[in-house]
Design a protein around this ligand. Structure first.
Ligand SMILES: *Cc1c(COP(=O)(O)O)cnc(C)c1O
Length: 433
């Protein structure tokens, strides 16, 4: 069965008016239904969360904040934004939430505008060690208009903490450069972050501490990863990764003054009208995340990541830092085959219906377009209902593709069979609705 998991009703509606666009929607639905999604930053949102974005909340300008808008007719926009804020605060157990950032990178742009002046120094992990482009890459506003200094991971392979955060080195970097802002939270870091240790360093060097929990937000919301509160002064996140909501951003804090600055930095600082149809969807997704099932889901995400990592190790792949504590892992392909690159692996796996991304491993000698590694995550497969036995199967399928250098064409069919046994959320309900 490879019917589109997206609402058939939306497809039919669009089809009646625009068959050309509808056929692309159908193809994408079929692609998602029939492939294994292992990109660590992706997930399958619920049908309610997806449909919420296709509503009349898209029609309205609601510049400003609840109770203080620049346009009339915002009564229900105030209600829904307050509901989203209240649920975000309940989820992350904090005092203030801004639900308007269009994305994680937008949330971080607002953070920089609120807290720093052009040229100010901040400390972060480099992209090549697992950081994010909005944490100081030269081509991003953060690296072009501000001055990043980067702290390293443990570089000594004989150290028990090899490839983990090096808190002594972080302190050294911060004491030398006295950054105004210290950033933690990453895009490709498989281990627990010790927010209390970061706070001690921030206090010693006089920095504001920021956590970007874009990847681990779902784990944090359910207590599966420790909370950045009360240690961090400000937290930014996406809403569409482990949190499993619509694409978007979110800013959280317990500090009233910071909250005022951050609100102004989002609007009018870096954005105009909020995407209220997405805010509507965020409220619904946050409601889902507050349910007990969501905690079980996040626990399974982590159990699955550990099962997948373990099965890959059995097949001779090295997992950086020796394993994972969260939803993702970095696979070093060189232990399997010194010639194998992340770029080739990504392409061969895609041909077999296994979707992931090439990723540098720490101290990768190969350039970012080639890489020696793959980043794999379990949030999306876990949403489909897969558990540890399926992770062993997925590891076996990955290994068949890579061992055969992409020539084992039978894998594509085995992937389809596995996908059919674990249909996407809402599949069936939507069809013919
Ligand atoms: C994904 C990610 C972001 C950016 O989110 P977008 O919604 O793509 O802008 C920011 N920070 C980190 C750490 C991320 O992993």
């Amino acid at each position: 069965m490879s019917d589109a998991p997206i609402a058939q009703s939306i497809h039919d509606l669009v089809h009646a008016q625009d068959p050309e666009a509808a056929s692309i929607l159908k193809a994408e639905g079929e692609r998602q239904a029939s492939t294994l999604e292992l990109i660590a930053s992706e997930n399958h949102a619920s049908l309610a969360t997806m449909h919420a974005m296709g509503t009349c909340f898209t029609n309205k300008y609601a510049e400003g904040y609840p109770g203080a808008r620049y346009y009339g007719g915002c009564e229900h926009h105030d209600e829904i934004e307050r509901l989203a804020q209240d649920r975000a605060k309940a989820l992350f157990k904090c005092e203030y939430a801004n639900v308007q950032p269009h994305s994680g990178a937008q949330a971080n742009a607002a953070l920089f505008l609120a807290l720093l002046n052009p040229g100010d120094t901040f400390a972060s992990l480099e992209l090549s060690d697992g950081g994010h482009l909005s944490h100081g890459l030269k081509v991003n506003i953060s690296g072009k208009w501000f001055s990043p200094v980067h702290y390293p991971l443990v570089r000594d392979e004989n150290d028990a903490d090899f490839e983990r955060l090096d808190y002594d080195a972080i302190r050294d970097v911060c004491m030398e450069h006295k950054p105004k802002l210290l950033m933690c939270g990453y895009s490709a870091y498989p281990r627990v972050i010790d927010f209390a240790k970061f706070r001690a360093i921030a206090d010693e060097c006089g920095a504001i501490l920021h956590a970007d929990i874009a990847h681990i937000a779902g784990l944090v919301a359910t207590g599966v990863h420790p909370s950045p509160f009360p240690h961090c002064h400000v937290v930014t996140t996406t809403t569409h990764k482990t949190l499993r909501g619509p694409r978007g951003g979110l800013i959280l804090t317990n500090d009233a003054d910071l909250n005022k600055k951050l609100n102004r930095a989002v609007f009018p600082g870096t954005q105009g009208g909020p995407l209220m149809h997405v805010v509507f969807s965020k409220a619904i997704a946050f409601g889902e995340a507050l349910r007990p099932e969501f905690r079980e889901y996040q626990q399974q995400v982590v159990a699955n990541a550990q099962a997948l990592a373990g099965s890959l190790v059995e097949r001779n792949y090295r997992i950086t830092s020796g394993g994972t504590d969260n939803h993702l892992m970095l696979v070093d392909l060189r232990t399997k085959d010194a010639e194998l690159t992340g770029a080739d692996a990504e392409k061969w796996l895609e041909d077999a219906g296994i979707i992931c991304n090439k990723n540098g491993v720490p101290q990768d000698p190969r350039p970012p377009k080639t890489t020696s590694g793959l980043r794999l995550g379990t949030p999306a497969l876990t949403t489909r209902g897969m558990g540890q036995p399926e992770m062993q199967r997925v590891a076996e399928l990955i290994d068949r593709v890579l061992s055969s250098k992409g020539t084992d064409g039978a894998v594509r069919n085995d992937v389809r069979t596995l996908c059919d046994a674990f249909p996407l959320p809402g599949h069936g309900q939507a069809v013919g609705a």
